[in-house]
Structures are given as C-alpha cells and as structure tokens.
Design a protein around this ligand. Structure first.
Ligand SMILES: *[C@@H]1O[C@H](CO)[C@@H](O)[C@H](O)[C@H]1NC(C)=O
Ligand SMILES: *[C@@H]1O[C@H](CO)[C@@H](O)[C@H](O)[C@H]1NC(C)=O
Length: 439
C-alpha cells in the first residue's frame, strides 16, 4: 500500500523550518500534488553559477506572465500554488507551448489563463539543498499534457536577448545543446504575514519562524542571547569578511529588498550568508534563518532603527540576523562587478564586437558549455588570432573578422560567463573579443 501523502500543513512546516539541525534526510512519505498555501520559486543548478539560486520573476506579456530570471521581470512572492500538479497564479496556469525552436527541440513555459495550451504537470519531491543541506521541496516535471501527453522531460533556463527564460525539453532530446541549462525548481515560502514582532531577543524564542503557517516552532534553536540587549550603535556590528554593516533595513511594502538570490538554513550565521552572497555587493539576513543577496536595493526598502533587527542568528545566537520583515544589511565596499580582464592566457582584450547567427564574425571553430570561462575559450582558440565569448556560454575562434562586423561600446558585452561570474562573456549577438598578443 502506498503511504498516505503528507498533508499540506505538515508540508508547509517543512518549508524553511525543517525539524533537523543534522544532515539532510529525505523523508519516506510521498508529497501531495496539492499545495494550496501560496509559495515562491527559485532555481538551482550548483554547476551553473549564472542561474543557481535565482528567484523566478514574472514578466507581463498582455494578460500572460512570462517566466524569467533577472535582469528582467519583477520579483513576486508567495503568489503561486499547486492544484493537482498544475502550477497556478492569479487565475493563470503554467503551460508549455509557443516559441518552439526546431534547432534544439525546446518550447517556452509561461503562465496564461487560456485553456487550449498544453499544461505542465508537476510533482513535489524532496531534495537536499546543495549549499545549505536544508531539506527542500522541488517541483519535478511529470508530463506535458499534449494529446497524447508526453511523460518526463525537463525544465531549464535559456538566454534570450537580455532575458533568462524558462523552457522545456522533451525526454531523450538529441538536439539539446549547452544553451539549455537544466534546473531544479524549488519552492519556498516567504513570511509575508510575520509573527508578532518581538521587542527583545530573549522573547523571540518561539516566534522566529519564517512561515506563519509553520507548526514546528519546536525546531527553533535560536533560544536567545539571554539578558543582553540589542546594540543601538552601528559600530557594535563588526565587518563580516569584506562586508561592512550598513543598518537595519525594512523590506519594501511589496516584494523584497534583495530579491536576486535566496537561501534559508538551520545553521544560518552572518558568515554563512556572506559566503552564500559572495558574488553580490549586498547581503542581508532576516528572521534568524534567511539569507538574501543582490546587486542593489529595491526601491521602497528603507533604513529603520537598529532595535527592529532583534532576532538572533539561528546558527550563532551571539549574532543578529534581522527581524520580522527586517534585514541586517551588509555591503562590500570593495566589490567590483564582473569584468573583462586585460589579459587571458596569451591574449589581450580587443573589445566588444557584433555578431549574428546568420553571419558569424569568427568562423573557424566554436563550442558552447554552461561552464564557459575566458580561459577555456582562450585554450580552445589557442591556434587562432582571435577568440570571442558570446551569450555567457559560447566560444568562437577565427583569424579575422567577417566583413560587416563592427566594434561597439564595451558596455554592450555585459553577460557574465557561465562558469565564472567574475568575468564577462559577450551578450546576445555580442562577442567579448580577445586578440593574440604580439610577441
Ligand atoms: C546542471 O547542469 C548540468 C549541465 O547542463 C546538467 O548535466 C545537470 O543535470 C544539471 N543539474 C540539474 C540538477 O538540473
Ligand atoms: C577595501 O579597500 C580599501 C582600499 O583599497 C582597503 O583599505 C580596505 O582594507 C578594503 N576593505 C576590505 C574589507 O577588504
């Protein structure tokens, strides 16, 4: 006999408040394919840094919502739910249709209220977070409901212009190339209706749960820094690695102050969050156990009195990890964004050069890899005069430029490399070109 599916109340208790401070253990019980309580989604693929831990955004397209990652779209939190495996959001549901690409046999996934598009059917499954070892719940694609349905397949991210889109591949797709970045879709709940804020750390024992529906307050080990008071002087917050304390910040009225990436852990500390956010200038901790990162603060977030950040970090109760809808905000003043280094192996920077799929600029040999770096491309093109990295993951080699190619401002080559977020690798139809250095 099949074990009974986990009721959704218990399921919710697991979202962000897993009853274990030990290594992640996958429970035996299967999960229900109904999650009526609203949630958010982020994507994971630890081997592809440009998409790993990014939060799903919505980009309006008429009445539809396209599904994208930053830099486009708007972060939206706790609006989706799952009904019989169908992902839903304000009267719209997830479908797999349109913008079919015969070159790699992939199709767009988006949300619509129209009923004639084939729907995507998901099953919640447990997994362990590759960074924090937290038990988490992913949405595994079960089928695409064409007639007849196609069972299996995989959701991934592809770049399209300045956007990262959600797309679908059927199973056993021999045409699939490295532009398709397979991801795990993970659900999380964001505490939009926070528990009663506590005024002191020592009273926060039972309220520091990220989800108001959570029933597992027994999991909270953030007992308190009993007897101590919340510091009111920013100077009493020492730097954490390269990050300096900014202030206590309120989340904006809607959305999130630092929505680019999200993590939550039973052993969250300031140091752990700083490490998780090392690719970003800002990190903020919240609700004892949440960690948020981004390049800049969303409009509407604002500094508030330090006393409002009054929750101890669940992994180190001598540290403060924000409060209810409050971030302990840190900034790395020395942070430099991804860059074009002047030299890569024997090559030196030439500039940003135009390209087009029908008329390639560098025509000798090429390859694509989600782990692309400038060094990998330089190695691959070591017998040629030029190498160019494009669209985060492509590498092109040649001894001269095809007629019609032109140099443009270097700022147009602004996509980070798939395998190194400190480097830049072109853009859509833009090559970050390096030239063999004169000996
Ligand atoms: C991550 O991406 C790699 C390379 O595309 C792929 O082989 C792997 O299956 C992906 N992992 C997940 C969890 O999707
Ligand atoms: C940041 O850079 C400044 C000047 O370059 C240096 O004095 C300072 O120590 C650096 N701070 C950190 C935290 O690395």
């Amino acid at each position: 006999m099949m074990p009974r599916p986990l009721p959704s109340t218990r399921l919710l208790a697991l979202l962000g408040a897993v009853a274990s401070t030990f290594a992640c253990v996958i429970p035996d019980e299967p999960l229900s394919n109904n999650i009526p309580e609203k949630f958010s989604i982020f994507v994971q693929n630890a081997s592809i840094p440009i998409v790993h831990n990014r939060v799903m955004n919505f980009r309006p397209n008429g009445e539809d919502k396209h599904l994208v990652l930053r830099p486009s779209g708007e972060p939206t939190f706790d609006l989706m739910y799952l009904e019989n495996g169908l992902l839903q959001y304000e009267g719209r549901h997830a479908v797999i249709d349109l913008e079919y690409n015969p070159a790699d046999d992939t199709t767009k996934m988006f949300m619509t209220d129209r009923t004639f598009h084939p729907t995507a059917i998901f099953q919640p499954v447990y997994s362990c977070n590759p960074d924090t070892d937290e038990l988490q719940i992913g949405l595994e694609l079960v089928s695409r409901l064409t007639d007849p349905p196609v069972v299996g397949g995989q959701i991934g991210i592809q770049t399209a212009g300045d956007t990262y889109e959600f797309r679908y591949t059927p199973p056993h797709n021999a045409l699939l190339d490295a532009r398709f970045m397979s991801v795990t879709m993970v659900i999380f709940r964001d505490g939009l209706s926070p528990p009663t804020p506590s005024s002191t750390v020592s009273s926060s024992t039972s309220s520091a749960t990220p989800s108001q529906s959570s029933t597992s307050s027994s999991t909270q080990s953030a007992t308190s820094t009993t007897g101590s008071t919340i510091p009111t002087d920013p100077a009493s917050f020492p730097p954490v690695g390269n990050y300096n304390f900014v202030s206590c910040y309120a989340e904006p009225p809607t959305g999130r102050a630092l929505p680019a990436t999200y993590a939550s852990a039973d052993d969250m500390t300031l140091e752990k969050c700083a490490a998780l956010c090392s690719r970003y200038p800002y990190f903020g901790t919240e609700w004892s156990r949440e960690c948020w990162c981004d390049e800049e603060l969303t409009a509407g977030s604002a500094p508030v009195p330090l006393s409002e950040c009054n929750y101890p970090c669940i992994g180190d109760t001598t540290e403060i990890c924000g409060g209810s809808q409050r971030l302990s905000l840190y900034h790395n003043d020395n942070w430099t964004g991804p860059q074009h280094p002047n030299n890569v192996n024997d090559f030196e920077l030439y500039g940003c050069v135009t390209d087009s799929p029908s008329h390639r600029t560098l025509t000798e040999i090429s390859f694509a890899s989600p782990g692309m770096t400038l060094e990998a491309c330089a190695d691959f093109c070591s017998d040629y005069q030029y190498f160019g990295a494009e669209w985060s993951i492509e590498c092109w080699c040649g001894n001269d430029f095809t007629e019609g190619a032109g140099q443009v401002d270097i700022s147009q080559c602004s996509m980070t490399c798939g395998g190194n977020r400190d480097q830049l690798c072109g853009n859509a139809d833009r090559l970050s070109v390096y030239q063999l250095a004169a000996i």
